[in-house]
Ligand binder design. Structure first.
Ligand code: HEM
Length: 155
């Protein structure tokens, strides 16, 4: 398994591939629900915990709602589309100021929960690769280094 994270070039929205059908076949919906429940329990105590509701009831709602997207993205029933309609990755995340560092924290938390899941590497890798690439679409705040680079380049 390769939990690589490649750098986002600020502003890019790279093409990505949805996870292979094998992923949902091996995981099953129930385990995917558990994965996201564990993920949210960890994320609220992480460096980006401030983005997420700390109140238990709210968090439970978010868990139940958001996993619909991931089941659908993995090739399962269209729960998210039925509940919400079209999903817009950029719009969904524009209300939060997400840096590359925040994306890495999110992915790091995902790695932590994924490591505990016993499915084939092929299935897991295809889910990871989807998250790693698609998450680049959420980065909407450049980091200090990039700002400094701009200033230097302007001379
Ligand atoms: C591939 C990666 C990601 C996907 C597919 C994804 C997808 C989603 C979806 C489906 C929602 C719910 C939208 C709705 O309300 O209907 C959501 C909400 C949210 N996302 Fe993401 N997201 C990703 C990565 C990230 C990253 C990297 C961050 C921040 C570092 C982030 C922060 C949030 C926050 C704060 C919310 C609102 C609270 C919540 O509903 O969890 N997301 N995202």
């Amino acid at each position: 398994m390769d939990y690589h994270i490649s750098k986002t070039n600020f502003g890019e929205t790279p093409d990505f591939e949805y996870p292979k059908a094998l992923f949902l076949e091996e995981m099953g919906e129930e385990r995917l629900v558990k994965l996201f429940s564990d993920f949210y329990d960890l994320i609220i105590d992480s460096d980006i915990g401030n983005f997420f509701p700390q109140e238990e009831e709210e968090l439970e709602k978010i868990k139940a709602h958001n996993v619909k997207f991931f089941i659908e993205a993995a090739g399962g029933p269209k729960y998210y589309t039925e509940a919400v309609g079209h999903f817009d990755m950029l719009k969904t995340h524009e209300q939060f100021s997400i840096t590359e560092k925040a994306r890495r924290e999110w992915l790091g938390t995902m790695e932590e929960v994924l490591r505990k899941v016993d499915i084939s590497d092929e299935a897991k890798q295809s889910f990871w690769d989807f998250l790693e690439t698609f998450s680049k679409h959420t980065v909407n705040v450049g980091e200090r280094l990039e700002l400094e680079d701009l200033v230097v380049n302007k001379g």
